[in-house]
Design a binder for this molecule. Sequence first.
Ligand code: ADP
Ligand code: LRH
Length: 467
Amino acid sequence: MGVFAAVDLGASSGRVMLGRVENGQVRLDEVARFENRPVRLNGSLHWNIVDLYQGVLDGLRTLVDGLEGETLTSIGIDTWAVDYALLAADGSMLGIPFHYRDARNDGEHADLFLRNGIAQLPFNTVYQLLTESTDRLASAHRMLMIPDLLAYWLTGIAAGEVTNASTSGMLDPTTRQWDRELVAEVGLKPDMLPTLLVPGERIGSLRPDVAALVGSRADVVAVGTHDTASAIVAVPAESSSFAYIASGTWSLVGVEAPGPVISAAARDAGFTNEAGVDGTVRLLRNVMGLWLVQESLRQWERDGVTYSLGDLLAEAESLGGVGAVVDPDLPVFLPPGDMPSRIAEECRAAGVPVPSTPAETVRCIMDSLAAAYARSVRTAGELAGIDIETVHIVGGGSQNELLCQLTADATGLPVVAGPVEGSALGNVLVQARAAGAIAGGVAEMRHVVGRSFPLTRYLPRGADAGS
Ligand code: ADP
Ligand code: LRH
C-alpha cells in the first residue's frame, strides 16, 4: 500500500488530499480546503501565492498528523496552468505572480499555433512574458510555473514539468522541449528555464526546515502538474472512443489524440494540443465554464443577496429552457466583474430573450455551456478522427445534474459524471505508479478509478426534452 499527498490548487479553491492505493483501488480523503482569493494590487490582479503556500503547508501538517505512525510516501502538486513567477539569483521571488485574468494580457497577440500547437489564448505564458518590462526580465535569473514554484519552496529544487510547461506556448510540440528560438524571441535567457521532468520523476525531498514544519521527510514527485493533465488521467474511460469535459472554473472539452493536430482547421476551431501524462496529447478547447456562475454569484453578493448554487440550479431546472443562449467564450466574459449584466447585454445584442432573474441567468449559462460543449465534442472527434461514444465529465461541475443532463441532450451521447476530484486523483495515481503501487499506463490508472468510485450516467433525452 502507498500513502500519498495530493496538493491540488484550482482557480476557485486549493485542497490537500490524502490518497491511498491498495488492491487496485484508490481512496481519496480531503484533509484541507482553502479558498483561492486573488488580490488586486497596484491596479493589477495577482494570485495570493504566499497565502496559498501557507494553506499547503498547514494542509500537509494536518495530513501527516492524521497518519498515526504510517509513513507518507510522497507529495505531488498540480495547479492551474499558464502563470509563473520570476526568481532572482538568490532564489527570492521578484514580485507577486500575475493572475491570468489580469488586463495586462488584453490586446493583439501573434498567432503561434502552427509553431507550438497551442491555442491563441490571450493569457498564454508566452504572451504574458511579452508584457514584462525589460528591466524585470533582466533582473530575473529563473522562471518557474506555479506548481514548480511551490515545489521549489518545499524542496529547494528548481525543476520544470512537461505538462504545465506545454501551456506556456514555448515548447516544441514534437520534442516537448523548450523551443529555444521562441524563448529568445520573448526575451528570456535560455538558462532561465528549468530542465523539464516528466510525470512520475522525483523532484527532491523536503527541505529540512519544511520537513520540520510538516512532520515528514517525504519526496516531492512530479505529477501531471497541470491540473487538467492530472484530471484527464482520472477519467474512468473504458475505451479510447471518449470525449471528456474537465469541469471546474473552466471547462476543458476535448479528446485524447494519438499525436498533436496542428492544422488550420484545429487552429480556426480554437483547439489546443496540451502535453499529457505518458506522452499523450490533449486536443481540447477552453470553454469559459462555471466561472460564469461563480462570478454571477459574487455579483449578486455584492448586490446584497447570497444565493445557494443548489437552490438556483433547482429553480433553473424547473424553468425549462428560456431560449436565452450566448456564446460563453466571448472575451467580454473573461475578466472578473458584473457577469449577469454582461450576459443580459449579450442576449440583447443577439436578439434572444434576456434573463431577468438569477435563476433565468443560471439557466441561460447552463444552456449556453451545454451548447458549447456539444460543438466542441463534435469538432474534437472530427479533428482527431475519433468516433465518440461517451462523454465523461470530471471535476466539481460533474455534480451539476442539470448541466450533465443538458450535455447529454445537446451532444446526443451518454454522459458519465465523476469523479469530482479528478485532478487530485490523477495526481495520486501518478505518484502511486512511481512508487510501484500501480503497474501500467494511463488506461490502467483509468481502470483503477472506474473500480473505485460510483459514477452517474445520463442518457440523452428526445429533441424536445429539457425545454
Ligand atoms: P477549480 O478546480 O477550477 O477550482 P472545481 O473543480 O473545484 O474548480 O469546481 C468548482 C465548481 O464546481 C463550482 O464553481 C461549482 O459550479 C461546481 N460545484 C461544486 N459543488 C457542486 C455541487 N454540489 N453541485 C453542483 N455544482 C457544484
Ligand atoms: C484549469 C486550467 C486550464 C487552463 C486554465 C488557465 O484550471 O488549468 O487547463 O487553460 O486553468
